[in-house]
Design a protein around this ligand. Structure first.
Ligand code: NAD
Length: 355
């Protein structure tokens, strides 16, 4: 049996602290060596099970028992930390998105590929048992030809303002999960059309962002899709995926935090998940397990660099559609040095500019 992979978790906020807990005992073949965060108390609090804590990423990368990193710092810090970790020869699991824009994403993925280190992007929904089973059924032809795809994701409430300010906007930060699910389940997308509004909290206007959106997708296969997203659902975190094909349909929805139904004079009620960290807890653990299994077996982890790039490309195409009020061909959205041309100055969007 090979020695466990020693991990450094970089960024110990909402998601980093959860990854650290999983690596400290719930992921076979992994051990949590240390946690790095610019905030010393956050690093210390997340450094469970005897792990060390540091405030400097360079110290984390120089540690002799760090073989792999989980990058869970704010999105704006990912690209630089990816480059440093790749140069240090570490296996890299990076939270989505890799960067705020496609140019930086492609450049960072280039460095990773040239360094030849394993890389996985944190599209956790691919590891949710329901999403995984649905995609597996589609890929194995259960539905025959896929004709329609639908994904809905809504958060219970808006994120804190500080998070909004450093996120790359609704499409790149949150809807990117639905865009990646669309690609994962139904294949590549050729054209997108996006509508967006600020209906929940005016704070989003301050950042040129939206909090409510509908995006339509035209898949390369000819299938059509729709994504519905909101930063607010008063009854909790709500996620639904539906795929309709020539032989029927597959639906993953109505997840409940417990199996209890409560009956009273007003009807019957179930318990909801209040937060994505609860709804996807198992998926967050399973994605790390898949990463560790792949690294230890010498297989390329998945989803990898091309998924990081292509799902962000869709988010950029949706952003461009929103800005310009028109249907956008995904091939219009290029990045310097990208394999996809479509180089066009108007497609290089600023950070979070969704307004
Ligand atoms: N896959 C998912 O479902 C999912 C869910 C939440 C967040 N995320 C992604 O994870 C990342 C972090 O999100 P979060 O919600 O945990 O944020 P957060 O604000 O809760 O935590 C970020 C942490 O990083 C620390 N930090 C700031 N700059 C740093 C730096 N340069 N180096 C090291 N640490 C630094 C902060 O002190 C903080 O503790 C974002 O990229 C976000 O998009 C993904």
């Amino acid at each position: 049996m090979s020695a466990p992979l020693g991990f450094a978790v970089i960024g110990a906020g909402r998601i980093g602290a959860l990854h650290a807990r999983h690596l400290a005992g719930a992921v076979e073949g992994a051990t949590l060596t240390l946690v790095a965060d610019v905030d010393e108390s956050a690093a210390r609090a997340a450094a469970v099970a005897g792990a060390a804590s540091v405030t400097d990423v360079a110290d984390a990368l120089a540690h002799p028992r760090v073989d792999a990193v989980v990058i869970a710092s704010p999105t704006s810090a990912h690209a630089e930390q990816l480059r440093e970790a790749a140069r240090a020869g570490k296996a890299i699991f990076c939270e989505k998105p890799v960067a705020d824009d496609l140019d930086q994403t492609v450049a960072a993925m280039d460095v990773v590929e040239r360094a030849g280190v394993p890389f996985q992007i944190g599209f956790n929904r691919r590891f949710d048992p329901a999403y995984e089973a649905l995609a597996h059924a589609v890929h194995h032809g259960e539905l025959g030809k896929v004709e329609l795809f639908r994904s809905q994701s809504t958060d219970p409430r808006p994120a804190p303002e500080a998070y909004i300010a450093s996120s790359a906007g609704f499409f790149r930060d949150s809807v990117i999960h639905d865009l990646d699910t669309a690609r994962f389940v139904a294949g590549e997308v050729e054209r997108v059309t996006a509508l967006g509004r600020v209906l929940v909290d005016p704070v989003y206007e301050r950042y040129g962002d939206v909090d409510t959106s509908v995006i339509t997708l035209e898949f390369a296969s000819g299938a059509l899709g729709v994504l519905m997203n909101s930063r607010r659902t008063v009854y909790g975190h709500d996620l639904r995926v539906e795929v309709h094909g020539e032989r029927g349909k597959l639906v993953a929805e109505d997840e409940r935090a417990t199996k209890v139904w409560r009956y009273d004079a007003r009807g019957f009620h179930g318990d909801f998940y209040d937060h994505f960290l609860d709804r996807f807890r198992d998926a967050y653990r399973r994605e790390l397990q898949a990463f560790v299994d792949a690294v230890l077996a010498g297989r390329p982890p998945t989803p990898g660099a091309s998924d990081a790039i292509e799902s962000l490309r869709l988010a950029d195409a949706a952003t461009l559609s929103l800005h310009e009020g028109r249907k956008v061909a995904v091939s219009e959205v290029g990045a310097r040095g990208s394999a996809h041309p479509g180089e066009n100055a108007s497609t290089r969007l600023g950070n979070g500019g969704l307004g």
